[in-house]
Structures are given as structure tokens and as C-alpha cells.
Design a protein around this ligand. Structure first.
Ligand code: NAD
Length: 429
């Protein structure tokens, strides 16, 4: 698309907005009818069980995004007010400095095969190591279409989980790493694990336990960076360098404290999840993986951090993002398919880039709002003391008058005089 800058989009009616967005995305406006639910009753009834209807949420696009040098309208479905505006505002802040740059790792998802009741786990792991090339070859034979697309199983490894005696005897887990190309991969990997379990158990001399993917897709990450210059961070009352310092301090707070890091990451996921829901992704899988990734060092840490650089801030977000542009609910959800078209997404890596960029944007917007509130509060307190003095408050009453002004949210000299008169009246016997 030529530009994701659509100034004044928020002032239009929904109908006008559809025309404007369709024009910008090069889509026939009648196609946007898919956004009215995006799912037929029959399709809904075929997706899950006991269907009674179709649940609606607002569908919107965030504007101003430049991701890896290309503009995109970012589709978002979310029930929380301000998320779309916050994402669009932050995207605008970083747009002048090049927008968001992303690095998407190869789409590797790990399948797990649990092997139990092993007498000698060391020997079993060694045997699995020796047999890994044959098991990998077998795994690739089992995924001919994925291999033909340039993906497929890429590694087989084994690890000891428990030694006998124990309720399950000796336990090993076999990991099968699979390049899922443009699929999220859960069904692909689950099917493969089910088929590879018996050959693996035969090598290990074990019983077969669970066979399922891990949602900790820590190899399938997206890394997003951006630069927010001071002049873009500034607002009418807060100079850019102060906002920059306050956001960097907020980032360090999240790095030091898990209670804060969780809320910090919730702000990141506001953006990520809204894109995932709009495009019918398995957002529970991404959520589970993201938080496990945040805690991978043993302490729960922020997924995004901000550092001060000369004249601005640099933000960096990293999280696992197993998303697909084929398969899953996309088969049936017309609205989600249209969302991908609106965003110009042609393959899974681009979807991961946009979702990650939306996450970093929402994080920046949240931190800036918190930081400027704090700065404004600080400025207000300083200003209130000056106003109290200017209104003639004696030194021992300056703080009381300033507190009363700040609490009333009315920091004017007239208000200070009224407060001083009230204090004097109270003191008069
Ligand atoms: P899927 O089962 O629809 O498989 C993807 C299909 O797309 C395959 O048949 C593949 O051959 C085909 N394909 C076409 N073009 C492709 C391309 N370019 N790259 C890759 N594949 C291509 O989907 P899936 O991604 O295997 O599974 C996702 C679904 O599984 C989601 O709906 C998810 O909710 C669900 N699920 C998740 C979990 C979990 O996360 N724990 C568990 C079970 C199921």
C-alpha cells in the first residue's frame, strides 16, 4: 500500500472510513462486508461445539505503521478502548525515524514425544542420539508436502526427564523440531509426533506417553526495534528529554520487578493479541508461549525494553510468535482472511512482524502515558508551590496551599488566594 498515514480517519463515519481504507489498501469496498461477523452461521456451527450464535467484537485498523520499510494498515480486534489509538499514535512517533524493523526467525515449532518406563535412561538417550538421522529421515518421509514447500522436520533430539524408580520409571522426552513454513503448525506437528512415537519408543525400549507440540516456540521468535526521537515523544507540557528519561526509568522498573513486568507485558500483548484475534490466530498459544519466554531466565521479565540514546529512545521487543497465514481457523473465517488482505500480509513472517510491531507500539504508548502523567504530576506540584508563594502564602503554609491546589486540579493564583483566605478564616477565633 502507498501510505498508512490516513489523517483524520477517526473523524469519519464507519461507511466513510471503509471507503477510505479500501481505497488505501486497493480493495473493493464491497469486500469489507466480510468484516460484519466474517463467519456464516453454518461455518460457525462447524468450527466448535454447541454453537448458539456468533459473538461480535469491534474490528479496526491502526494507522501510521511502517514495518521493515513498508507501510501497513494493522488490523486489530479488541474490546478495550484506546488500544487502537495508542498503537496508531506510537506508530506515528516512530514513523519519522524509520518505523519498526523486525527480524523473524525461521518458523521452527517443537513437537514432544514422552517416553516412559525406561530402565536405563542414559543408554536410551544415547541410542536415540545414534538413531537421530534415521528418525529425522523417517519424520521427513512422514511430511512430504511440508518438505516440498521447503520446510519439514529439521532435528530430532532427546533429553532425560526422570530416572527410575518413579511413578513412570525412567522418562525421556524426544524433541522434533519442524519448520512449519506459513502454518502455525500445531496440527502438523501433533500428527507427526503421533506417527514418529512408535519408532522412537522402539529405539528407547520404552512406553509411549504424550505426543504433542510445545507452545514454548522459543526458536520461532520475532525481534522488533524502533527509535522514538525526543521531538516525537514531547507533548505540550513535557519536553522530549524528560519523557525519554521517564520511559527509560519505567523500562528499568519492569526489569527489576515482576509485578510491574507483568503489567508492562500486558501492554505489549494489547497490541499483539488484537492483531492475532483480527487474523484468527491461536492467541492462547501465543500468550502461553510469550509469558513462558518472559520467565525463561527464572525471573519474569519484560518482553520489551527501552534505552536512552542520543536524542531519543530505542525500544526492543522479542517474543515467540507462532502464527499462520494458512490453515487453522483461516479456512472458514472470511473476516480474518480480509484482515490479512487489508494488511497486505502474504506470508506468516510478515504477520509476525506486524503483530510484534503492534506490541512494541502499544508498549511505547502506555509507557509514555504513564511517564507524562508522572512528569505532569511533578511539574504540577512544583508549579503549585510557586503559585502559592506568588499568592502571598507564608513559608510555613506554602506546602499546604500547594497540596490543596494540586488536589483541586486548579493551580491558579486566584484559587491559591481563596485557599489562603479559607485558612485564615479557620484560624480566626
Ligand atoms: P492445519 O491443520 O490447517 O495445517 C496447515 C495446512 O496448510 C497443512 O495441510 C499444510 O499442508 C497446508 N499448507 C498450505 N500451504 C502451506 C504453507 N505455505 N506452509 C505450511 N503449510 C501449508 O493448521 P496447523 O497450522 O497445523 O494447526 C493450527 C491449528 O491447530 C490452529 O487452529 C490451532 O488452534 C490448533 N491447535 C493448537 C494446539 C496448541 O497450540 N496446543 C493444539 C491442537 C490444535
Amino acid at each position: 500500500m502507498p501510505s498508512s498515514r490516513l489523517p483524520g480517519l477517526y473523524t469519519l463515519t464507519v461507511e466513510e472510513r471503509r471507503r477510505r481504507v479500501a481505497e488505501a489498501a486497493g480493495i473493493d469496498v464491497s469486500d469489507l462486508a466480510a468484516l460484519d461477523g466474517g463467519l456464516s452461521e453454518d461455518d460457525a456451527a462447524g468450527m466448535i461445539e454447541n454453537v448458539l450464535g456468533r459473538h461480535a467484537l469491534p474490528f479496526a485498523v491502526a494507522t501510521n505503521f511502517t514495518v521493515d520499510g513498508t507501510d501497513a494498515l494493522v488490523p486489530m480486534v479488541v474490546e478495550e478502548p484506546s488500544v487502537v489509538a495508542a498503537a496508531s499514535n506510537a506508530a506515528r512517533m516512530v514513523r519519522g525515524a524509520g518505523g519498526f524493523t523486525t527480524t523473524v526467525a525461521p518458523p521452527i515449532v517443537t513437537g514432544q514425544i514422552q517416553l516412559t518406563h525406561i530402565a536405563d535412561v542414559e543408554r536410551a538417550v544415547a541410542a536415540l542420539g545414534d538413531a537421530a538421522p534415521q528418525l529425522l529421515a523417517r519424520a521427513r518421509e512422514l511430511s512430504p508436502r511440508l518438505c516440498a514447500r521447503g520446510g519439514g522436520p529439521v532435528a530430532v533430539s532427546a533429553r532425560i526427564l526422570a530416572r527410575p524408580p518413579g511413578p513412570d520409571g525412567g522418562v525421556i522426552v524426544v524433541h522434533v523440531d519442524v519448520d512449519c513454513r506459513d502454518a502455525m503448525g500445531a496440527n502438523l506437528v501433533n500428527t507427526l509426533c503421533e506417527r514418529l512415537a512408535e519408532p522412537a519408543a522402539h529405539v528407547a525400549g520404552s512406553k509411549v506417553g504424550l505426543r504433542i507440540l510445545s507452545n514454548l516456540s522459543d526458536q520461532r521468535t520475532v525481534r522488533v526495534t524502533c527509535r522514538a526521537p525526543d521531538d516525537a515523544l514531547a507533548d505540550a507540557r513535557c519536553p522530549g528529554p524528560e519523557v525519554r528519561a521517564a520511559i527509560a526509568a519505567a523500562s528499568r522498573f519492569a526489569e527489576l520487578d515482576s509485578y510491574r513486568a507483568v503489567t508492562h507485558n500486558k501492554g505489549v500483548m494489547n497490541g499483539v493479541d488484537a492483531v492475532l484475534v483480527a487474523t484468527a490466530q491461536d492467541w492462547r498459544a501465543v500468550e502461553a508461549g510469550a509469558h513462558a519466554y518472559a520467565a525463561r531466565t527464572g525471573a519474569y521479565r519484560p518482553l520489551a525494553v527501552w534505552r536512552e540514546v542520543d536524542g531519543g529512545l530505542v525500544g526492543e521487543l522479542e517474543l515467540p510468535l507462532a502464527v499462520g497465514t494458512v490453515g487453522g481457523a483461516l479456512h472458514v473465517h472470511r473476516g480474518a482472511r480480509l484482515a490479512l488482505r487489508l494488511a497486505g500480509v502474504d506470508a506468516a513472517p510478515r504477520l509476525a512482524s506486524l503483530a510484534g510491531a503492534a506490541g512494541l507500539a502499544c508498549n511505547l504508548a502506555a509507557l509514555r502515558a504513564l511517564a507524562t502523567d508522572g512528569i505532569q504530576h511533578g511539574h504540577m506540584a512544583l508549579h503549585a508551590r510557586a503559585v502559592a508563594r506568588a499568592a502571598g502564602a507564608p513559608a510555613d503554609l506554602v506546602d499546604d496551599v500547594a497540596d490543596a491546589l494540586a488536589a483541586a486540579g486548579d493551580v491558579r493564583i486566584e484559587a491559591a488566594r481563596v485557599i489562603l483566605q479559607a485558612m485564615a478564616a479557620k484560624d480566626t477565633p
